[in-house]
Design a protein around this ligand. Structure first.
Ligand code: AHG
Ligand code: MN
Ligand code: MN
Length: 343
């Protein structure tokens, strides 16, 4: 086993960095890793068993749920329930937060916000999907944890990560001391350290946005797209356009290669589409820890005070130089379009 470091070994080694509750946070991360392996197994054989397609149900956001959305949601809640470290799960797939009230979780101190399966529209066509998670410490000290424990700013996250079920399966996470990536070795069933200390390039030449919505974008975004398409050798333009439609996969690629991912406000989604608690905050924490920037166009994502569970926001995330340029354009055109000013 020389040269291989498993996720479990790495977490234990690094737990000296945590300022408190070392063992508990380690166990929580381990539980998430185990659930991810189970979801990975189902994603991989999805075409062989009856797990593709719609579940026939709709979540609170009016989105049709896929069978794998429901399966992944159940797996993560179950792993977090039996692990005993988590007192609340807030998930995309449940209307309200789920209080965990089991004998083993009596003294649980952690809140987990999760998008169990990101990129659901790609499930049926064998394109990469993901899981996104965010971990907070509960603020209240007694009784059952409450909604106020969930509605914390992203700056309060103690850990965040994502899993990408792609051509290989990876788990990438941060506890606020840099970002590390682990690739699942299916032959031993372990996530092994493959991408230590990940850093997003300061500048890049990939832009990722659903350009089909162009007509509904704010002027600042339209200007940025124009800028991205201009020929300019010095700044490596025109940029390359890459859009998978799974936020995890798009941001993972840009983290490695450099780039910007944008999901702005649109005429039909005036607050943006992506959810603050279990999509934007965890990805923002990871990208900042890797040296990048995450903004809603005007302010740092991590500083937005959430007021509701399924709150949405616009997001501009990735290489610092690219995100700052896009922000400049948003500010320049904001006065003319007050409706797009901020989610
Ligand atoms: P989810 O599958 O969890 O609902 O998230 C889908 C999100 C995100 O992953 C992706 O980038 C975006 O929706 C794609 O939206 P469009 O189809 O509107 O581009
Ligand atoms: Mn999602
Ligand atoms: Mn989802």
């Amino acid at each position: 086993m020389t040269g291989i470091k498993t996720l479990g070994q790495f977490i234990i080694e690094k737990q000296a960095d945590f300022s408190y509750a070392k063992g508990e946070l380690s166990r929580l991360l381990r539980d998430i890793g185990i659930a991810a392996k189970i979801v990975n197994r189902e994603v991989n054989k999805a075409g062989l068993v009856d797990i593709l397609g719609d579940a026939g149900t709709v979540n609170i956001q009016g989105e049709g749920q896929k069978k794998l959305d429901v399966f992944a949601n159940t797996q993560f809640i179950s792993a977090l329930t039996s692990g005993g470290e988590c007192c609340i799960v807030a998930t995309e797939e449940e209307d309200d937060f789920v209080p965990i009230d089991s004998p083993v979780s009596k003294n649980a101190k952690y809140i987990v916000c999760i998008d169990p399966l990101d990129g659901s529209s790609n499930i049926d066509v064998n394109v990469a999907v993901g899981t996104i998670f965010s971990i907070y410490r509960r603020k209240s000290v007694e009784g059952m944890a409450t909604l106020a424990d969930v509605l914390q700013k992203g700056t309060e996250q103690v850990a965040a990560g994502y899993v990408i079920y792609g051509s290989s399966t990876m788990l990438v996470y941060t506890t606020g001391k840099g970002v590390n990536g682990f690739t699942l070795d299916p032959s031993i069933g372990e996530f092994c350290l493959s991408h230590p200390n990940m850093k997003v390039p300061h500048d890049g030449s990939i832009y990722s946005i659903n350009e089909g919505n162009y007509v509904h974008f704010p002027m600042g975004v339209k200007q940025y797209i124009k800028y991205a398409q201009v020929h300019d050798v010095a700044s490596n333009r025109p940029y390359t356009s890459r859009y998978i439609g799974s936020m995890v996969a798009d941001i993972h690629r840009n983290l490695i290669k450099g780039g910007i991912y944008i999901y702005p406000t649109t005429a039909s989604s005036p607050n943006g589409k992506l959810r603050l608690l279990y999509e934007c905050n965890p990805m923002a924490f990871i990208i900042e820890q890797a040296g990048g920037v995450a903004s809603d166009g005007f302010r740092r994502i991590l500083e937005i005070q959430p007021v509701e569970l399924h709150q949405r926001t616009s997001i501009f995330i990735g290489s610092e130089k690219m995100v700052r340029m896009a922000e400049e354009m948003m500010v320049t055109y904001a006065e003319a379009e007050p409706n797009h000013k901020s989610a």
